[in-house]
Design a binder for this molecule. Structure first.
Ligand SMILES: [Zn+2]
Length: 459
């Protein structure tokens, strides 16, 4: 940033109103995405690390936009891009809602490393915001044929700048991603970023190198050949954005378990299927862990894995994934693996709870084993009677007959637990809540942690 500050004033003094077109003769038919110099007579240029908004408003110009020439200010719909004294009428985004949603998702992905909010709801005249119009044609803004986008530019951040992306031009007919890359470039021009001679960066003119994102690389500037930068010695687009706006949520792919579902009971040798989505960057890699041990990874869908032999009891499943940028995300669920049962037909050492065999009191932490605290129970529920004796138990629904033989479901505060000697009305009417039998009069349950039905330990 210090070098930016050093170069800021000389450049502006030397070129106060020079209109720059990146390359008037594009080497192919790609749209020209350009910028125009502005100085502090026409824009509020932020001090380095000074105050700016953190909102970028994507405006699809529903019903058309009217932008007047003048001092750049999104709140009053004025832009130095439009000729002074005139008003431009920009026609609405012409591609429909589904493609608009893709565009918003894509721009959100481009900026999610930074503490910047992307919205398509107008923050209105009283809230500072950057605005980028994604609609209309170049001619509507007084731009020549072939211009895909234009933004005001200084070597710093232009507060409340409006940039333009002429999404209705024919060269954007079938490419949400190319519109998205233009939006990335035009919005960042207003943040002081120049064209970069780096094919994988949104600031580039170079085509055909796959997905783009703001790269953490000291690159040369230039359109079709490297050249020196105007504002800095070289340009690291990622650092400039991160230094100014701060670090964002940096989301990896959206990952979840399609099967088994969280907190479900499953038979041994179950199948694990992960669902994943990452519209812009795509999923690079998915790896699944069972109780902390990797059981496999894959780079392409379907993301299906077989549970390892011998997996039983309360089990933690975790999926970790990365997108094309290498950014990671994860999701963890817990399940219970075992034999299904009707009351009484479990193997030795297990009892039938909710049609499922779980460890009994012969296993430390098993059902009805004595306990000191929640953490010592497989279920993480240690209930105490009036004498203070703790017993591991399970949560249950009243009158459903879920509890092991000799136990019934007892209301205890805001929840219900299996308790010895309780009788339930399982006749189907569900009209009588269970009540403790005589011997349990005065039962006092200490049920800490019942809101957390996390189950960590193996039964
Ligand atoms: Zn450009």
């Amino acid at each position: 940033m210090s070098s930016a500050a050093r170069f800021l004033f000389p450049v502006l003094l030397l070129a106060p109103s020079l209109a720059l077109v990146g390359d008037a003769q594009a080497k192919d038919q790609r749209p020209i995405t350009t910028y125009e110099w502005v100085d502090s007579t026409m824009a509020d240029i932020a001090e380095p690390n000074g105050h700016t908004s953190k909102i970028i408003y994507l405006n699809r110009c529903e019903g058309g936009c009217s932008i007047s020439g003048g001092f750049n200010d999104s709140r009053t719909n004025r832009s130095s891009i439009i000729a002074g004294g005139s008003t431009a009428n920009i026609s609405a985004w012409g591609k429909g809602d589904a493609q608009w949603e893709q565009l918003v998702e894509c721009v959100t992905a481009l900026y999610d490393p930074y503490d910047i909010i992307i919205t398509d709801v107008d923050p209105g005249p009283n809230v500072e915001h950057f605005e980028t119009i994604v609609a209309g044609r170049a001619s509507e803004a007084g731009m020549p044929q072939g211009v895909g986008g234009v933004a005001p530019f200084s070597c710093g951040i232009i507060n409340n700048a409006i940039s333009f992306n002429f999404a209705n031009e024919n060269f954007y007919a079938n490419g949400i991603k190319s519109i998205c890359e233009t939006v990335g470039q035009e919005t960042a021009h207003a943040f002081g970023l120049e064209h970069e001679y780096l094919c994988t960066d949104p600031m580039t003119y170079l085509p055909d190198c796959g997905l783009k994102w703001f790269q953490d690389e000291n690159a040369s500037c230039g359109e079709y050949e490297p050249s020196s930068c105007m504002c800095r010695q070289n340009q690291n687009s990622h650092r400039i954005l991160e230094d100014h706006f701060g670090v964002g949520p940096n989301r990896g792919p959206d990952l979840d378990f399609a099967r088994p579902l969280a907190n479900s009971n499953v038979s041994p040798n179950f199948v694990i299927e992960v669902s994943g989505d990452d519209y812009y960057y795509g999923i690079n890699n998915v790896e699944v862990f069972v109780n902390g041990n990797s059981i496999g990874e894959t780079s392409s869908p379907p993301y299906i894995f077989n549970a390892p032999e011998g997996t039983t009891g309360y089990t933690t499943l975790e999926v970790r994934g990365t997108d094309a940028r290498g950014w990671a995300s994860s999701k963890t669920i817990e399940i219970n693996v075992g034999e299904s049962c009707d009351a009484g037909d479990c193997p030795a050492g297990r009892v039938c709870f909710d049609n499922f065999c779980i460890a009994d009191s012969t296993t430390p932490g098993g059902f009805a084993a004595t306990c000191d605290n929640d953490a010592t129970c497989n279920s993480e529920i240690c209930a105490r009677d009036s004498d203070g004796v703790g017993t591991c138990t399970e949560t249950c629904e009243l009158d459903k007959g879920q509890c092991p033989a000799g136990f019934g479901c007892l209301k205890a505060g805001d929840t219900n637990v299996c308790w010895a000697g309780v009788t339930e009305d399982t006749g189907g009417c569900g009209c009588n809540s269970a009540t403790p039998t005589g011997g349990l009069a005065g039962l006092f349950l200490v049920l800490l942690g019942l809101f957390y039905q996390r189950r960590r330990r193996l039964s």
